[in-house]
Write a protein that binds this ligand. Structure first.
Ligand SMILES: Cc1cc2nc3c(=O)[nH]c(=O)nc-3n(C[C@H](O)[C@H](O)[C@H](O)COP(=O)(O)OP(=O)(O)OC[C@H]3O[C@@H](n4cnc5c(N)ncnc54)[C@H](O)[C@@H]3O)c2cc1C
Length: 443
């Protein structure tokens, strides 16, 4: 997710003061030079990078987010595999926000880009010179009929690593299954980290293999049978890594149900829509891991800032809004046509920040995002295939460039990066604005 091109040349970042930010209940008439919507991976990284420029005074920058907790979401896959606890992956959001910011611990309800203002959930208006929109996307549990009820039922072996509430249930269900059919799903359409739905499949398979419940050489004769039911036509969207993953799927005897889009759960039956939109297929299961559909938040989708699909309509290269030049976006909420990952954000934010700061001085944006994204695909306990690519699905491999190795080969070293290095660098550097992903540490 965050490999550094210049790890050898890393510097210790100068620490900003780490005390709790003042939480503001907005009163009418608030005005800031920059308002950042969302204190997630993108919002924290961008706001702290802006502050580090040294160009802003107390309360010049405001961050708006209703959350109490900030989560390191990429770690939820490890929780699902029993490798980490979910509690160790979260921090109080307030503790990650520099005291120099004004922190509105409230939601944004609407945008008035013609008036350079936003409206908060409590009805107050906050105005800005520049706006950064990074509220992520929503996970739509209601997209699968019967899913909310199945997830909430402690007796059902239905779970999802895509929420804090249920990611630990995933490992419980994997441990509970001793025989029968396990189905792992991925929806059609954009989701956060398109590799995660199969990472949890590979971890579960390895768990059952070690427990003597699954033999990849004789899947039909094993107590457990495994299927991957995906709304997509392939295992992974980048051809180079798809080739390895498809080969692993076949070697390991996992049934591939491609273009199968989960639409409903009823007891132990899962129903999938097929591509023609008319036919459907129903499968019985004993364990079901579900990845629901995801999409833009309604307050973004219904706004003047959205493109047709509902994402913040920014230029693929500059991250600047196509219609409102003082509006910017990065991360999952943006229209940037790349994989929705924290890794992608590490390459987007230096571009956004440089272009935004330049525009304050009347300059034309000169930094360009190349679509870089990364996905550490766990293929078993102890092995990761480190996919790194840019726009057009073209590989852009950090360690391939350095050491001439092929990152499509699952490796132990990448597993340690995923398990130890990425969570560490995320909280020590990325949310403080001192991590440039493929570029390494930056100030
Ligand atoms: C299971 C799982 C596995 C993943 N694995 C990986 C991985 O291996 N590698 C990787 O790089 N990425 C991975 N990701 C993806 C990564 O976590 C996201 O891409 C990243 O967190 C997106 O950052 P963001 O800032 O755009 O959104 P988020 O981090 O989701 O933050 C959005 C913020 O906006 C706030 N917000 C929401 N609504 C409003 C509102 N109305 N007003 C104001 N604020 C609002 C939220 O409270 C939140 O704090 C994974 C994600 C999941 C769920």
């Amino acid at each position: 997710m965050f490999p550094a091109r210049s790890m050898a040349a890393c510097r210790t970042a100068t620490g900003l003061a780490r005390s709790f930010a003042t939480v503001s209940n907005a009163s009418a008439g608030r005005s800031h030079r920059i308002v950042v919507i969302g204190g997630g991976a993108a919002g924290l990284d961008i706001s702290h990078k802006l502050l580090r420029s040294g160009k802003f005074a107390q309360d010049d920058i405001a961050v708006v987010d209703p959350a109490t907790w900030h989560h390191f979401q990429p770690g939820w896959t490890l929780v699902g595999g029993g490798i980490k606890t979910k509690e160790e992956l979260r921090r109080p959001l307030n503790s990650l926000i520099d005291p120099k910011f004004k922190f509105y611990n409230d939601s944004v309800a609407g945008f008035s880009p013609e008036q350079n203002s936003i409206t908060l959930g409590n009805g107050d208006k906050v105005s800005y010179e520049q706006l950064v929109v990074a509220p992520g996307i929503s996970v739509n549990y209601g997209s699968v009929k019967g899913l909310p009820e199945a997830l909430a039922d402690p007796k059902s072996l239905v779970s999802s690593i895509y929420s804090y509430d249920t990611c630990d249930k995933t490992f419980e269900t994997i441990q509970k299954l001793h025989k029968g059919t396990a189905i792992f799903t991925q929806p059609a359409g954009p989701i956060k980290c398109a590799g995660a739905p199969q990472k949890i499949l590979w971890l579960a398979l390895d768990h059952w293999k070690r427990a003597g419940l699954y033999d990849p050489a004789n899947p039909a004769g094993s107590p457990i049978q495994i299927s991957f039911a995906t709304g997509m036509p392939v295992m992974f969207g980048v051809a180079k890594y798809n080739a390895t993953l498809e080969q692993l799927r076949k070697e390991r005897g996992v049934e591939g149900l491609f273009q199968h889009d989960l639409v409903s759960i009823d007891g132990d039956k899962a129903t999938f829509a097929l591509p023609d939109g008319k036919a459907s297929v129903t499968k019985r299961f004993d364990l079901l891991h579900v990845v629901p559909k995801m999409g833009p938040h309604a307050f973004v989708k219904g706004s003047a800032l959205a493109n047709e699909a509902g994402y913040v309509d920014v230029d693929d290269g500059t991250t600047r809004h196509k219609k409102y030049p003082n509006v910017w976006s990065a991360g999952d909420a943006s229209s940037l046509p790349t994989s929705k990952t924290a890794a992608a954000i590490t390459a987007q934010t230096p571009v956004l920040v440089r272009n935004l700061l330049g525009s304050l001085e009347g300059k034309t944006p000169d930094a360009t995002y190349d679509g870089y994204a990364s996905c550490p695909l766990i293929t078993e306990y102890g092995k990761v295939l480190l996919a790194e690519f840019k726009y057009g699905g073209e590989p852009k491999e950090t360690f391939g460039d350095w050491f001439g190795i092929d990152q499509a080969v699952p490796r132990k070293s990448f597993y340690y990066m995923k398990k130890h290095f990425f969570p560490w660098v995320y909280y020590q550097h990325m949310v403080k604005g001192t991590w440039g992903g493929p570029k390494g540490w930056i100030n």
